[in-house]
Design a protein around this ligand. Structure first.
Ligand code: GLY
Length: 375
């Protein structure tokens, strides 16, 4: 392993997540799906549970057969359910169809759902698990970078509603997260870059050392070197774990994870989800970093580093087809508005963020105009 790729932190193989007032759960970063039955043993309660593996039409083609093969024989009954791939299917109609499948398959409170896929599959499966018979257990098997480092951890589940992103949902913790970073090799470049948007965000808001590590290891990340990916994923998970353990229900600190999301969600919605989530988040990160620079929190040099380094990870830093006024208007309709006040996450410095409720329309418009590509 080259010098600059050496592990800079020691990390355990299994990552325990404590849940206040609950039993907590374990995240297992593995190298294959081989240990899935072993890791699920406790959940399967001596084979007395039914299992439904929920996946989407893309991931299902790649990994469903393998995962079903691993679980076969270790549970009372094994079924699968495939959701059509894409954010446009993250809605209550699809959840309804999944409920029908569960009812017809005789699922009850002892049974368990397995989410095999990216953030949309994890959020939807978690939401179905949170609400079916007032709550059943579910396991996350994230197969995208974004779902490994972000959405599979912390118990946020839900669906979009009338193009309002994640407007309907519930907090429902998984009983286990099993991730196999080898699945990142089948991820297309856009989805990989989208996950990098959340990875870099974790460094920017909590850990400048991790952010710099990502920049230093850019080559290994781009090549998807297994050791580099594993360390990157595990370190990102440790940042997310620290935040969600302290503030599971987003009463305070957890909102920092929404860095870049206020503008990002508005852009995502106005672009009709044609840009990937992490790509939109990166546009929001650049806008929020611009405001942080203009307020004197970070230097001009750091602002340009944040903006330009993200390009190297395949992320967009400009948009051209939208109007800044429309983005602002859409931001004001987002659920991150608290009592009519716009809430933005800004940087205090590299590696540290805070919640700000004083950002004016003019500051936001200036930032949105700055990142608009004028040709
Ligand atoms: N993705 C942000 C959070 O889990 O709070």
């Amino acid at each position: 392993m080259p010098e600059n790729r050496k592990k800079t932190v020691s990390y355990e193989d299994a990552i325990e997540v404590k849940v206040r007032g609950g039993t907590g759960y374990t995240i297992y970063p593995e190298d294959s799906f081989a240990d899935l039955p072993l890791r699920m043993e406790e959940d399967l309660q001596s084979s007395s549970s039914r299992v439904c593996v929920v996946t989407d039409s893309n991931v299902g083609k790649l990994y469903l057969e393998e995962v079903m093969g691993k679980l076969q024989g270790s549970c009372k009954e094994l079924t699968s359910y495939t959701i059509p791939a894409g954010e446009e299917h993250k809605n209550l109609d699809e959840i309804r169809s999944l409920y029908v499948h569960l009812i017809e398959s005789g699922f009850d409170r002892r049974d368990i759902l397995v989410a095999l896929g990216g953030g949309v599959t994890g959020d939807m499966t978690g939401f179905a698990a949170a609400t079916y018979m007032r709550g059943i257990r579910f396991v996350q098997i994230p197969t995208t970078l974004l779902s490994m480092v972000d959405s599979s951890i912390g118990g946020k589940t839900g669906v979009d509603f009338d193009s309002y992103k994640n407007m309907v949902g519930a907090f429902h913790q998984p009983s286990m997260v099993y991730l196999n970073p080898n699945t990142l090799h089948t991820l297309d470049d856009v989805q990989f870059a989208s996950g990098m948007g959340e990875v870099l965000k974790h460094g920017l808001i909590r850990d400048s050392g991790y952010y710099e590590w990502c920049l230093d290891n850019m080559g290994g990340i781009e090549e998807r070197d297994n050791d580099v990916l594993r360390e990157m994923v595990v370190r990102s998970i440790l940042i997310k774990r620290a935040v969600v353990q302290r503030d599971p229900f987003e009463k305070g600190e957890r909102a920092l994870l929404n860095f870049g999301h206020t503008a990002g969600h508005a852009i995502e919605k106005l672009m009709n989800f044609s840009l990937a989530h992490g790509e939109c988040v990166n546009l929001g990160v650049v806008a929020a970093s611009y405001i942080s620079w203009k307020r004197g929190n970070i230097s001009e040099e750091i602002f340009y580093e944040i903006r330009d380094m993200s390009v190297a990870f395949g992320l967009p830093i400009t948009y051209d087809s939208l109007n800044p006024e429309n983005i602002l208007e859409t931001m004001k309709k987002d659920k991150k508005m608290i009592g009519g006040t716009m809430r933005m996450i800004l940087l205090k410095r590299l590696g540290s963020a805070y919640i700000d409720e004083t950002v004016s329309d003019d500051e936001i418009l200036e930032a949105l105009r700055f990142i608009r590509y004028e040709g």
